[in-house]
Write a protein that binds this ligand. Structure first.
Ligand code: TTP
Ligand code: CA
Length: 370
């Protein structure tokens, strides 16, 4: 069996890079993507920023007001999040990535693992060529740069992609594991948050190397069996977690309670639309389409009714789902003159992921062999 080889792809400063591509004139400036809370003009937090803005310490999670102060001397651009834009770019990039591997696992809007053990025949050289081809394809088709890690498992591949950013590629072979991990801080290990880090610091453990010297029993006593064992293995660069495609759920739904029991369509529709919006975000996050839309009506006597319709073609856009849900609600209210609603919900079923998964690795292997 070929040795396991995993590629981790992480798109660089993703939301901000999407914004730069949408408006190239902002590229040289600090770009800050914001989640405005709407309470005051500048209240909210930074979602992400480009590397120009990061030079000023502006990064995800800080207050917009703080970012504005830090960038006061610059011609920084502050933009609101444009989720549909990032979703559609992410979806196209994930479709490209799927073509390069046997097993694919998307872990967030801008990160994915690719198991390339088979199509690289366990050769780091071939995996590196695959990595370069991925970078080239994403750049050519979407003008987005990414950072790539190549290693014998998911844990190391993730650490490797993080090692050189932006636009980096880091390869960690089995022989290099110890040297690669040695001086890295423990908080680089995915899953080591503030609390774990603090506990380890209290025992004078700051680096992964120092972590690797802790006895597994001590680690289990400190963190419990599961996390203790994970940390023991992680410090040695060991991880046998497989790359697996997330299962497709059978349905997604959102239910909300109305301010008061009512059958007044005008007061129910805004609630239904908000629920549809949240549902569509989830659908788009999961890169799925749906074939049917339903509404759920929970009446004041707690009886539950549903109404469904099948769409002409699969969809995942807010307009289609919202319009169909609204229509179903109108029909329900008209057909049940006695009903008063207490809660309302929207549900989608018949979920699928667009395939577009024609594997090109056989073609690709031939290209490498030439
Ligand atoms: P990340 O991959 O953590 O960050 P990034 O892509 O912006 O930057 P890097 O080059 O370091 O990888 O997150 C991906 C996207 O998720 C990011 O572009 C915006 C969003 N995000 C938030 O909205 N809030 C957050 O706190 C974080 C961390 C990310
Ligand atoms: Ca990223």
């Amino acid at each position: 069996m070929a040795q396991r080889l995993i590629i981790h792809v992480d798109l660089d400063y993703f939301y901000a890079q999407c914004e730069e591509n949408a408006n190239p004139s902002i590229r040289a400036k600090p770009v800050v993507v914001c989640v405005y809370s709407g309470r005051t003009l500048d209240s909210g937090v930074v979602s992400t920023s480009n590397y120009e803005a990061r030079k000023y310490g502006v990064k995800a999670g800080i207050a917009i007001l703080t970012a504005k102060k830090q960038l006061a001397s610059t011609d920084a651009i502050f933009l609101p999040m444009n989720r549909p834009l990032y979703h559609s770019i992410s979806e196209r990039i994930m479709t490209i990535l799927r073509e390069y591997c046997d097993l694919f696992e998307r872990t967030s809007i801008d990160e994915a693992y690719l198991d390339v053990s088979e199509n690289s025949t366990g050769s780091y050289e071939t995996a590196e060529t695959i990595g370069r081809s991925i970078k080239k394809a994403i750049l050519r088709q979407e003008q987005i740069t990414c950072s790539i890690g190549i290693a014998p498992n998911k844990l190391l591949a993730k650490l490797a992609s993080d090692h050189m950013k932006p636009n980096g590629m880091t390869i960690v072979t089995a022989e290099q594991i110890h040297r690669f991990l040695n001086n890295q801080e423990v908080n680089r290990i995915p899953g080591v948050g503030k609390k774990v880090e603090e506990k380890l610091h209290n025992c004078n453990v700051k680096t992964i190397d120092e972590l690797s010297r802790l006895n597994p029993i001590v680690l289990q006593e400190m963190f419990g069996r599961k996390l203790g064992t994970f940390l023991y293995l992680a410090a040695r660069g060991e991880d046998d977690e497989p790359v697996h495609e997330k299962e497709i759920p059978t349905q997604i739904s959102r239910i909300g309670t109305l301010k008061e029991n009512t059958r007044d369509i005008d007061s129910i529709l805004p609630v239904l639309s908000e629920l549809a919006k949240s549902l569509v975000e989830k659908l788009q996050d999961e890169q799925m389409n749906c074939k049917s839309v339903s509404i759920i009506a929970i009446l004041s006597n707690l009886a539950i009714h549903t109404r469904s319709r099948t769409l002409e073609s699969s969809a995942k856009d807010l307009r289609t789902i919202d319009e169909n849900a609204q229509q179903l609600l109108r029909e329900f209210i008209e057909s049940t003159p006695q009903s008063t609603l207490r809660r309302v919900g929207v549900k989608v079923t018949g979920l699928s992921r667009p395939s577009g998964q024609t594997k090109i690795q056989s073609f690709f292997s031939a290209e490498v062999a030439r």
